[in-house]
Ligand binder design. Sequence first.
Ligand SMILES: Cc1cc2nc3c(=O)[nH]c(=O)nc-3n(C[C@H](O)[C@H](O)[C@H](O)COP(=O)(O)OP(=O)(O)OC[C@H]3O[C@@H](n4cnc5c(N)ncnc54)[C@H](O)[C@@H]3O)c2cc1C
Length: 410
Amino acid sequence: MRKIAVIGGGISGLSIAQCLKEQNEVTVFEGDSKPGGLIKCDRIDGTLYHMVGGHVFNSRRQDVLDWFWGFFNREEEFTKATRNAIVYMGRPIGYPIENHIYQFDAEVQKQIIIDLLQIAENKNREPNNFEEFLRFRFGETLYNVYFKPYNEKVWKRDLSQVPLTWLAGKLPMPSVEEIIFDNFNKANETTMVHSTFYYAKYNGSQFLVDRLAEGLHIKFNAKIEKLEKKEGKWIVNGEVFDKIIFCGNVKDLPSMVEGEIDILTHKKTIEELEFHGTTSVLCEVERNPFSWIYMPDETHHSHRIICTGNFSETNNGHDALTATIEFTDEVDEKSIRENLKKIPYSPKYLAHRYTKYTYPIQNGSTRAVIDSIKEVMKPEGLFLLGRFAEWEYYNMDAAIGAAIDLSKTI
Ligand SMILES: Cc1cc2nc3c(=O)[nH]c(=O)nc-3n(C[C@H](O)[C@H](O)[C@H](O)COP(=O)(O)OP(=O)(O)OC[C@H]3O[C@@H](n4cnc5c(N)ncnc54)[C@H](O)[C@@H]3O)c2cc1C
């Protein structure tokens, strides 16, 4: 049997370890004391705290769904929900906003109609960046009242500097005809991956990784600093392996890899890879029926409330509804508390946590850089997998899909 080391016990590492464990001797090394990485949850005074985001699951890939449900009893262990998201603009407007133009004041509606007519006349305009994409697709009015302020909070940069490759596959693409049709019919959008979603009845996304960790050989509190290639074998933590699947952060790789491997030529490009972090604030909020609340309001810095307490009542430690409120990058407790005063649904602070690496940022050359590192490492028996190993804007299901695909090739 081949011996394989998996570095990182997030959803990517656990998934590939599960895929490979029958045919190989697999050891997972996880730096933390429990599995999960970005999808880890804690309990604070009985309340479930998604330390990043508020993870819900679904997939458009049937093989991913089949694989995933092989580990769980969907009916007994999960709830299925239809997304009930809003954009808060002094009052709730349905999400996605372009399907709910009829909810705006009459004057704004008229302006948006003029924009849509103009878009229909110029429908062959090709956008060169994210700003142009949003303006050309949704028009000036929706861009100014929602898309611009919301996305500037999330991405913290001029949207004309955001290349389209960065968000490929993530963007809604409704045509003018579809926007008008959906508004006439008050139709809900159903094509986005989380328009319906599954959520564990108990313990949120921690439940997923705890289950995926079962039956695996995992070493916790094992932060790997060095990956050494010697006489055709890899040495990890003093143990000898045939192959390594690296699910950590590619930025750590140049300083970790030792031996005759040419990764240092990529050092500079790896250093230049950009990213964002997230400050995730656990709060009690006023009862409401929503799953997510998007906030373009420029008077505060948060962009989203995820009403995790609505995903499962067992997430709420006490009677109050709980939620995580997200800020891009690091925000200290004093500023968080100031911001919370301006956020709807009267959030009351319970805890917060900053995670440095949450959103990989791609530019036009990121995929080529990662591909060339993969090319160099593959013959050496080292493979990259996961959100920050591949610098891909993966959701959980895409990470699982990448693990399934990779497991078939090694
Ligand atoms: C705010 C936010 C909200 C999101 N919401 C959703 C959602 O609702 N639904 C969805 O499907 N996806 C969502 N995602 C995406 C999802 O979080 C990721 O796709 C997924 O968690 C990526 O898993 P991973 O294993 O690739 O990486 P990670 O979760 O980052 O795991 C990497 C693991 O490797 C470990 N590690 C790193 N270096 C070492 C080392 N040297 N030695 C040992 N261990 C190491 C880390 O401790 C960590 O456990 C969201 C992401 C964010 C940021």
